[in-house]
Unconditional design. Structure first.
Length: 143
């Protein structure tokens, strides 16, 4: 093959637009002993590709079974979800009842405080009545 054709094929190769047949032509060209000096830099690359294609992996790879924790994680998630569905509404209902009881307690406390306050005012008035009663008894006793 002519040198110009090889240079054009190299350009196409580096632009990734060559066909498999053209790549085989380049490999065959660069596997020769005599390569032009300005193209010698590409020869090791194509020789490597030719050699790498023939290499095979011959060692055995020991395969260890993987421990699957996904099953146990999913079982635990289902258990937590079932626990929440079973006990969740009761706990929420208890919480709501407790809140309502607390609210009722606070309202009753306010009402009783208001009542005690009013009784306190009434007690002050009763002190005047008691004093009036004592004075009246003194007047009756003196007569």
């Amino acid at each position: 093959m002519e040198l110009d054709d090889i240079e054009k094929l190299l350009e196409k190769y580096f632009e990734a637009s060559t066909t498999v047949a053209e790549e085989e032509t380049l490999k065959a060209f660069f596997s020769q002993k005599k390569v032009p000096s300005h193209l010698e830099q590409y020869a090791p690359m194509f020789r490597y590709f030719s050699n790498a294609k023939e290499e095979r992996f011959t060692k055995s790879v020991p395969l260890k079974p993987r421990k699957s924790y996904y099953k146990w994680i999913s079982v635990a998630a289902v258990a937590v979800l079932a626990f929440g569905v079973y006990f969740g509404p009761n706990r929420y209902r208890d919480y709501q009842e407790q809140k309502e009881a607390e609210f009722a307690y606070q309202e009753t406390r306010k009402a009783l405080n208001l009542l005690a306050e009013n009784f306190g005012r009434g007690t002050e008035k009763m002190a005047y009545l008691n004093q009036f009663e004592e004075t009246k008894q003194k007047i009756y006793n003196n007569n």
